[in-house]
Design a protein around this ligand. Structure first.
Ligand code: ATP
Ligand code: MG
Length: 442
């Protein structure tokens, strides 16, 4: 934590180009919290005569005693100058070039200081091209700071003397656990509506409260999320729901009217079906538990959960229109609902395809006899489909006997399984099938 002995200037306002410099003795960011690779990059830049700072989430998290996962470096060296210093360096990005310095599996991102977007013509802030062009200007650290979103994300850790440079009162806001947007909250949200999702994510993750103007700006501008390209929202979706605070995030998103922007079909169902919200809550708790235990989570599972009620509704309609099995109608409906969802949050095929399979398998849990039922255990989506079915059982949408059956059979030997599914040994079955065939052809 920080000792904030100096009086704080009015924060979040570009009132001074002078940073408050917090010396090493007055803050708790130790080099032990910084990855060796990041330190190497910082020291080498420093030695070559450039300014070298850690910036963003890693400084914030280190101050909060959370373990930073990735380290971002900011410098006055240009990307080409950075590349000249590191052989293990690649430049990425066409419009704005960043240097990636690779150490085994770890990548340290090195960004040259950039000037903030020009706020004068904010009416055209959603013109993508214009926004990026305006952003694509190198600058000084004094300029770099104003393009960042929250004060807690705008602290610079200086490798030259291990001090922290604070231009915007971020250190005090971290102490107060306040999420404050730099500059005019309404303007900053309008110029990049994704900041609303970032606000919710940080509030949930860090346990911060929203500064009043941030709170008001989100309530006012929630609908602007529709202007954000769906591709960009998929990344945000992952960060929102796979960071270990999915349930708290969900509550905040709904409170601010942001969830309906991301998943309109899901939000619609909440009005009709109380259980569905509990189903989602159970899934989010489950996801948070898995993340806490260091287990893997897949976005296709949560997507399936979010879209389940809309899919069931469409599937029932399709079954009425045409003769289809339950599985067929679910697969078709899942396809339709996912296609519709893509307009808000684009979901790569590698997730929608397994999601559809997982949904289409649900009716098969009701058959508990015969070889086809037994083979379900070997299906590549069995595990996910089973977890999904257990969640449905949790809210009373699947018979508890069925849930117990499928839990039990998983730990059985193959002989026991055959008995349980009333499956005959293979040899006998083959003979019988042959007999039936000759009977029907004769
Ligand atoms: P985490 O890594 O925990 O998600 P982070 O704060 O590091 O949090 P990143 O997305 O890694 O978030 O971004 C790094 C930094 O870049 C941020 O701390 C912030 O200063 C700046 N930043 C990122 N996205 C935006 C944005 N949409 N608007 C303004 N600044 C941003
Ligand atoms: Mg980060």
């Amino acid at each position: 934590m920080l000792r904030t002995d100096k009086p704080l200037k009015e924060h979040g306002k570009p009132d001074s180009a002078e940073p408050r410099i917090i010396p090493r003795a007055a803050h708790t960011v130790s080099r032990k919290a910084i990855s060796d690779s990041a330190l190497k990059v910082l020291y080498r830049l420093d030695k070559a005569g450039y300014q070298a700072f850690l910036v963003g989430g890693c400084v914030r998290d280190a101050l909060l005693d959370l373990h930073p996962k990735d380290f971002d470096v900011a410098t006055d060296a240009t990307p080409d100058e950075v590349r000249a210093l590191f052989s293990n360096c690649r430049l990425i990005g066409r419009r704005f070039r960043l240097a990636h310095v690779r150490f085994g599996r770890e990548i340290i991102e090195v960004a040259t200081f950039r000037a903030a977007a020009n706020h004068e013509d904010d009416d055209v802030a959603h013109d993508d091209e214009g926004r990026i062009l305006r952003d694509n200007v190198y600058g000084t650290i004094e300029e770099d700071v104003w393009r960042r979103d929250f004060t807690c994300n705008a602290l610079y850790y200086n490798i030259a003397d291990y001090s922290i440079w604070d231009y915007v009162g971020g250190a005090g806001d971290i102490d107060r656990r306040k999420l404050v947007l730099i500059g005019d909250a309404d303007q900053r949200v309008r110029e990049d509506p994704v900041r609303m999702l970032r606000a919710v994510r940080f509030a949930a993750k860090l346990g911060f409260t929203m500064d009043e103007p941030v709170d008001a700006a989100i309530r006012e501008n929630a609908s602007l999320l529709t202007n954000v390209p769906a591709a960009r929202l998929f990344d945000e979706f992952l960060k929102l729901f796979q960071g270990g605070q999915a349930e708290a995030t969900f509550d905040l998103l709904r409170e601010y009217g942001l969830f309906e922007q991301l998943f309109p079909a899901t939000e619609q169902e909440f009005l009709i079906d109380e259980d569905f919200r509990n189903f989602i809550r159970a899934a989010l708790q489950n996801t948070d538990r898995r993340v806490a235990d260091g287990k893997s989570v897949t976005p296709m599972f949560l997507l399936g959960v979010f879209l389940w009620a809309p899919v069931c509704r469409i599937a029932a309609m399709r079954r009425e229109e045409e003769k289809m099995t339950d599985s067929q109608s679910l697969a078709l409906a899942a396809y339709e609902v996912a296609a519709d969802q893509q307009r808000r949050v684009s979901i790569p095929k590698r997730f929608t395809v397994p999601m559809r399979e997982m949904m289409a398998l649900q009716p098969r849990f009701y058959a508990t006899q015969g070889r086809r039922a037994m083979n379900l255990l070997e299906h590549r989506r069995f595990r996910a489909a089973y977890d999904f079915m257990m969640l449905l059982a949790e809210i009373g949408r699947v018979d508890p006997d069925i849930a117990a059956f499928w839990t039990e059979v998983q730990s059985m030997s193959s002989d026991q399984r055959m008995q349980r599914f009333q499956v005959q040994a293979k040899a006998r079955k083959r003979r019988r099938r042959r007999k039936r065939k000759s009977a029907s052809s004769g």
